[in-house]
Design a protein around this ligand. Sequence first.
Ligand SMILES: Nc1ncnc2c1ncn2[C@@H]1O[C@H](COP(=O)(O)OP(=O)(O)O)[C@@H](O)[C@H]1O
Ligand SMILES: [Mg+2]
Length: 207
Amino acid sequence: MQVIAVVASKGGVGKTTVSNVLAGLLSPIGKVELWDTDCNQYSSETMSFSDLLSYPVVTVPDLLSFSQGLKSNSSDYIIIDTAPHSHDSDLFVKILTSADLIVGVTRPLPNDALAFEKIMLPALSKIKTKKVLLLNQRNHIRSAIQNEAENLIHDRIGSEIDVLETALHHRASYAAIGYFEEDAKADKKRLEETANLLDELKAKELL
Ligand SMILES: Nc1ncnc2c1ncn2[C@@H]1O[C@H](COP(=O)(O)OP(=O)(O)O)[C@@H](O)[C@H]1O
Ligand SMILES: [Mg+2]
């Protein structure tokens, strides 16, 4: 069993998207569960389509249910979608220490990158033995200040952990199971990058 934790210091950067993309890509390979530990914020978009997904979404609201769920689990992959601002909670620390792979998420925007550097890097540095990767979801918003954020991500965060550039399709998990084909066609490049994500993780020996 591999536990993959998807983390960020901020909301709205793409944690739920990345979690669903990973779950969608891994479900043809093994038995996958997506654990939603951000129970108040889980994308209503995702929930309303949850009966169409190729993997179960399990609500895991607290430390007790997290620990019990891990004990009796027969999945090959557990993807954990986390809450923002939870970097010092007992549940978050347990998630980090249980994870085989920690996937950080940011966007090339100064506040997002700074928050990751100031809050998440110190939390991650305590988990020395884990595989950690930062996904830079770079196609969100284009602006003049993007370059500064990109420099911060590559120079300051990249000197600590691996950084992977992505432009994930935010409906890839649904597209992967045959829905939203029109969306997929509308954004072919992002869909290709999404499909390549597993290969890139394997190339970095993270999966
Ligand atoms: N690569 C992307 N391109 C465009 N929109 C995206 C991308 N990733 C996420 N989004 C959108 O941004 C919003 C926030 O994403 P979400 O995954 O819910 O973030 P979080 O879980 O970190 O709060 C959602 O509406 C989602 O569809
Ligand atoms: Mg979310």
